[in-house]
Design a protein around this ligand. Structure first.
Ligand SMILES: [Fe+2]
Ligand SMILES: [Fe+2]
Length: 348
């Protein structure tokens, strides 16, 4: 809808001598006039055009005409509805005003008076359209601004996740794949669009705490000593400390994930040894996604496993390392996960 388009008047016309008077008043001031005399066609006409601004009804006291006014007014509250009538009763007027009529034209109609009134109506409707367009434009600008801010936030999240991976020497795509597997699981669990998006963007932050672990431990190809392993394990709480306490829902989810992605379903994980459902759902999801990707990827300390081997391992760990429900939901979508791995292959 533009604010410069020609205004249109729809006339439900049954009074034989009024048609020309309305046309003579409207057309010279550039208001388009269309006529309709089948009451059943009115709504269809208004809905299909979406560009009717003024609606005149010849009113002879039939109740169905007041019902029509109600319907039209409900569909478009801004439509200017007027009755042309010779009924001048207070009771009729109250009924009509309540249904959404703006005012009455009492017969006989004067073309000059009608034209003066139509000019006012055109002005009123024009201002409304301008306001409508301005509101739409403002809303569009706000939506664009929000989108831009969100895009910047997501870019920053990815940079942060990449910083941790850069130190870890895992392939850069590992974090993206873990985000995607986690989103697949959340979707198959029936999570909301917001939850799915949270997993997609927050799961890549699971190892941010590795920024605080020394390279000699992170990249050691031989087995870690117990002391080194204990230091390595602190990446979960370090990640939580780095990510928590902000107003970003992605960072907040990232903090939960960092803290809980090494907890195990049977309580033998770290840092808190939580068991079963007391491990946050996000952590239970990312645990599966993270381990699955590590298994089928090559790492400094191991060759890549086949998909079948990895699936067997995940199944064998249901109820031990992993939440059995998450395993079930993930394995239902294993083809999607394999496609993610293929499309985001580790860089050699
Ligand atoms: Fe980790
Ligand atoms: Fe990871």
């Amino acid at each position: 809808m533009t604010d410069t388009r020609k205004l249109n008047l729809l006339y439900y016309n049954t009074f034989s001598d009024c048609r020309d008077i309305v046309a003579n008043a409207a057309i010279p001031i550039d208001i388009g006039v269309s006529y309709i005399n089948d009451i059943n066609e009115v709504m269809k006409h208004i809905m299909s055009r979406d560009s009717i601004d003024i609606f005149f009804i010849d009113y002879d006291g039939r109740a169905e005409l007041i019902d029509l006014v109600s319907k039209v007014h409900k569909y478009d509250e801004d439509l200017l509805i007027y009755l042309i009538t010779d009924i001048d009763s207070e009771e009729e007027k109250i009924k009509a005003y309540n249904a959404g009529v703006i005012d009455f034209f009492l017969l006989p109609l004067s073309s000059h008076i009608l034209q003066a009134l139509l000019k006012n109506m055109a002005c009123l409707r024009g201002s409304r359209l301008k306001l409508y367009n301005k509101t739409n434009m403002l809303q569009y600008e706000i939506e664009q601004a929000v989108k831009t801010v969100k895009e910047r936030e997501l870019e920053s999240l990815l940079l942060l996740a990449r910083a941790s991976e850069y130190k870890d020497k895992d392939t850069a795509n590992h974090i993206l794949r873990v985000g995607k597997y986690s989103a697949i699981i959340m979707e198959n669990l029936g999570g909301s669009h917001e939850d799915i998006e949270l997993m997609l963007y927050s799961a890549p932050l699971h190892d941010v705490g590795k920024i605080g672990i020394s390279d000699s431990i992170l990249n050691k190809s031989s087995k870690l000593t117990e002391e080194e392993y204990n230091i390595m394990k602190t990446h979960a709480t370090k990640g939580y400390e780095i990510l928590s306490g902000t107003k970003s829902k992605y960072l907040e989810a990232g903090a939960i994930i960092a803290l809980s992605h090494h907890e195990k379903y049977d309580g033998s994980g770290y840092p808190n040894g939580l068991k079963g459902d007391s491990i946050h759902l996000y952590g239970r999801i990312v645990a599966v996604a993270d381990v699955f990707d590590a298994l089928i990827s090559e790492r400094v300390y191991k060759n890549s496993w086949t998909l079948e081997h990895a699936v067997e391992y995940l199944k064998s760990q249901a109820g031990i390392h992993f939440d059995p429900v998450i395993i079930e939901k993930f394995l239902e979508k294993i083809d999607d996960a394999a496609a993610v791995f293929k499309n985001l292959m580790p860089e050699k």
